[in-house]
Design a protein around this ligand. Structure first.
Ligand SMILES: Nc1ncnc2c1ncn2[C@@H]1O[C@H](COP(=O)(O)OP(=O)(O)OP(=O)(O)O)[C@@H](O)[C@H]1O
Ligand SMILES: [Mg+2]
Length: 446
């Protein structure tokens, strides 16, 4: 008996429909999976066998062959468990034949419960374009799947639920998204510009950079508020459009970073990786290419605090994505392109001994501290201060953040002396961005 269940694979940020064909014939009992499965799929044999038995059904003691088509596409991850299991149950006539235009996604636990899986949003979105009208997904991923309109989403908590649903004994209620609406909330951030005292020069630089989506380097002595200023930047960026939110949600879904409670990314990301980050952590990579920090900060802010501590190769890696707004990663298995349109914020002290000199104006007179001694490892401060190997826009934008006079620090009740509160700055930055299409001809890069 032959059964067919549709499912989806994710390649980069896109989906590919995968047909899970199950053939049950007489012969030595066993389950064989073909169609370029990875180790996680090969292990599905044991999970599926146990899950079917623990769901009150019987695992057919016959020769079972599962083919994941197209056979030339390498499949990874455990999300094929559910289609394989329901395909076996349909092939052994324990449930009626499976409907067309329906996909099944989910990893099975040995007891038959369905575990969440990564990349549900891009998979359901692609399936919708392919003509799929119904999706059975793990219940933890239902809110994420329901963002895709025109697809009926059914959350599956346990394989038994799906069996009863297919037998029409106890239908699973369709999942209806709650409170997503058409729009998304305005961007917010932990730090409000109104909380930052003084620093008018730096704020103005940030305002201009935020309006135009330019990169920026903050320099100043320790404690002058560089990190604070950088953390306030997402709050003055324009709110995300709905399509941008979907694009970001796909990235976070594929990376497995989407919280069940927050199915749609509605705020511009702020990513601040530590300087010990690996190259593939920064740019993306792995045998199955995954987004790196530059893609996770797409449409938001990538903040490199203590910039000179980042190795020069890490900074070199950023060059091409900053110019192209995307990165193409080629591995033996596949080639994928991830978006990387981020605003790069660097922060650094003018020199390693500036703590002693307390301000930019009276920086260290000597240069011997600024370079690692011959044969020693360490950041090259003079190179970083003179100009890290970054594109021109960043090298040009360097507002210095001087240490504040004490009077301003104590001015707790007075609010922002320059009147640049978060809201006003927000409005201005948004306004400036919206004017760009009029100022610049179509096709001008961001
Ligand atoms: N202008 C300011 N208004 C309000 N708080 C400030 C301001 N500048 C600094 N601070 C506070 O001072 C502390 C140190 O600031 P922050 O960590 O941003 O400094 P930094 O320049 O990043 O220092 P470092 O070079 O050591 O990393 C923080 O608690 C921050 O909230
Ligand atoms: Mg800092």
């Amino acid at each position: 008996m032959l059964a067919r269940a549709l499912t989806c694979a994710v390649v980069g940020l896109d989906g590919v429909i995968v047909e899970c064909e199950v053939d049950i014939s007489s012969g030595t009992s066993g389950l064989t999976i073909v169609g370029l499965p990875d180790a996680a799929i090969s292990e599905a044999r044991e999970r599926v066998r146990a899950a079917i038995r623990n769901s009150g059904c019987s695992f057919p003691l016959r020769r079972i062959t599962v083919n994941l088509a197209p056979a030339d596409l390498r499949k990874e991850g455990p999300s094929y468990d559910l289609p394989i299991a329901i395909g076996i149950l349909a092939g052994s006539e324990q449930v009626p034949p499976l409907p067309d235009k329906t996909i099944f996604l989910g990893e099975l636990a040995l007891d038959g419960s369905v575990r969440p899986t990564e990349g549900v949003l891009p998979m359901v979105a692609y399936a919708r374009d392919f003509g799929v009208q119904t999706a059975f997904v793990p219940d933890a991923n239902a809110a994420e799947a329901a963002i895709v309109r025109d697809v009926a989403v059914y959350p599956v908590g346990h394989l038994t639920d799906l069996v009863y649903h297919q037998r029409r004994e106890k239908p699973i209620p369709q999942f209806h998204p709650i409170g997503l609406g058409d729009g998304v909330p305005a961007a917010g951030s932990v730090v409000d510009f109104a909380e930052i005292k003084g620093q008018e020069h730096a704020k103005r630089g940030i305002e201009v950079a935020a309006a135009g989506g330019h990169n920026i380097l903050l320099t100043g002595p320790p404690g002058s508020g560089k990190t604070l200023l950088a953390r306030a930047i997402p709050g003055v960026l324009p709110p995300l459009a709905f399509e941008e939110s979907i694009e970001l949600t796909k990235i976070y879904s594929v990376s497995g970073l989407l919280a069940a409670a927050q199915p749609l990314i509605s705020q511009r990301p702020f990513r601040a990786p530590h300087h010990t980050i690996s190259y593939s952590g920064l740019a993306g990579g792995g045998a199955w290419p995954r987004p790196g920090e530059i893609t996770l900060s797409h449409r938001g802010v990538l903040f490199l605090d203590e910039l000179p501590e980042f190795g020069s190769r890490s900074l070199e890696i950023l060059r091409q994505p900053i110019e192209d707004k995307q990165i193409t990663i080629t591995r033996a298995q596949s080639t994928v392109t991830f978006p990387a349109n981020f605003m790069l914020i660097g922060a650094m002290n003018p020199c390693p001994c500036v703590g002693k000199y307390h301000s930019v104006e009276s920086s260290c007179p000597g240069t011997r501290h600024h370079r690692p001694a011959p044969g020693r490892q360490g950041p090259d401060w003079r190179r970083a201060a003179e100009g890290p190997p970054l594109p021109q826009p960043l090298a040009g934008a360097r507002p210095a953040a001087p240490r504040l006079p004490c009077a301003l620090w104590r001015d707790a009740g007075g609010g922002c002396p320059g009147g640049r509160c978060g809201r006003r700055l927000d409005g201005r930055a948004v306004g400036e961005r919206r004017q760009r299409p009029r100022r610049y001809p179509a096709g001008t890069p961001d």
